[in-house]
Write a protein that binds this ligand. Structure first.
Ligand SMILES: NC(=O)c1ccc[n+]([C@@H]2O[C@H](COP(=O)([O-])OP(=O)(O)OC[C@H]3O[C@@H](n4cnc5c(N)ncnc54)[C@H](O)[C@@H]3O)[C@@H](O)[C@H]2O)c1
Length: 327
């Protein structure tokens, strides 16, 4: 029997490729630039499975163009690129990669917290410019992190990982979430559940860890930025559209908050032009989960979901298993 045909929109990593190559007839998109939509639709037309990235939208258009498709595996935990109800309507299993990137992403949120508070990039740029005159008492004085209040919005896997790391900095931890965490998790992480307004008013650092959905779109808006302390910092390693970039740029310009560190953007790869020249902003290119180990695990997880499906098992990370009645 011929092997199922799979399209992978990236060459992935050797460990994941080995799994796909052993089980499927896989067509890899290899050029350095991302595949065009037209090419993606064309290549997907005869495929039984898809491994894609968060840059590819899996929606009715793609599902209509790929009538044989049975499973679409995004190599990301966030799946705002996948229209799950549309997949269900087309009887396509959708999978993501939860859990394997929690610590790496939480580490990176902390990288940004420390870097923005302690003006790391400003210092680096100053030295490289050749104009640093040597040590002085009031040079690049930033804000302390230790002993401050950390506000976490979205207290799921990654949000809790960020809280866990705050223990070493003796921080007070506030969190808000659509669902309150179990008492054991609150106790273990010394985290206090508060309403969002309290978090905006009291936190010195706000770190975002919600999925992108209609309810979280522009959660950081002018009105909420207004509630924050003038000395507070915003860190976003969730999804770009959670923050209204224009409102953020305005709040920074008006000194409503002290700074922001962003790993994700509203219209990637574009960044709001008013943010680009600002010294009180750190911009990183969506790399919060980008360690070799973790990105490899994500790709392997996606590949294993395909293997499970085509072996007749329930893919471990199926997002619509119940809707499709998978056993
Ligand atoms: N920058 C990156 O490279 C990167 C890496 C990993 C994850 N992410 C993003 O981080 C997000 C979180 O990942 P996770 O694995 O921790 O997810 P998770 O599902 O474990 O946690 C998300 C939390 O957000 C809460 N939530 C959902 N809707 C909410 C709302 N309207 N208001 C308040 N809270 C709400 C959920 O109850 C949950 O506790 C992902 O969806 C993804 O978009 C980004």
């Amino acid at each position: 029997m011929s092997k199922p045909k799979v399209l992978s929109t990236r060459p992935l990593f050797p460990e994941a490729r080995a799994i796909l190559d052993q089980n499927f007839q896989t067509d890899y998109w290899t050029p350095p630039e991302r595949t065009s939509r037209a090419d993606l639709l064309k290549r997907a037309a005869d495929k039984d499975g898809l491994v894609c990235l968060l840059t590819e939208k899996v929606n009715d258009e793609l599902l209509d163009a790929a009538p044989k498709l049975r499973i679409a595996a995004t190599v990301s935990v966030g799946y705002d690129n996948v229209d799950v109800p549309a997949c269900t309507r087309h009887r396509v299993v959708a999978t993501n990669t939860p859990g394997v990137l929690d610590d790496t992403t939480a580490d990176f949120a902390w990288t940004l917290i420390m870097a923005i508070a302690r003006r790391l990039l400003e210092g680096d740029a100053w030295i490289r410019s050749g104009t640093w005159p040597g040590w002085d008492l009031d040079q690049l004085v930033g804000g302390d992190v230790w002993d401050k209040t950390l506000g976490i919005i979205g207290f799921g896997r990654i949000g809790r990982g960020v809280a866990r790391r705050a223990g070493g900095f003796n921080m007070r931890i506030l969190y808000s979430d659509a669902v309150r965490a179990p008492a054991e998790a609150e106790q273990e992480l010394h985290a206090q559940f508060v309403d969002r307004d309290t978090l905006f008013r009291e936190a010195d650092f706000i770190s975002l860890h919600v999925p992108l959905m209609p309810e979280t779109h522009h959660l950081i808006c002018a009105e909420n930025l207004e509630k924050m302390k003038r000395t507070a910092y915003l860190v976003n390693t969730s999804r770009g559209p959670v923050v209204d970039e224009a409102a953020l740029a305005q709040a920074l310009e008006n000194k409503k908050i002290a700074g922001a560190a962003l790993d994700v953007f509203e219209n990637e790869p574009k960044v709001h032009p008013a943010l680009l020249p600002r010294k009180d902003v750190i911009l990183t290119p969506h790399i919060a989960s980008a360690s070799l180990e973790t990105r490899t695990k994500m790709a392997v997880m996606a590949a294993n979901n395909l293997v499970a499906f085509f072996e007749g098992r329930r893919p471990p990370n199926a997002l619509n298993a119940d809707a499709l009645g998978l056993k």
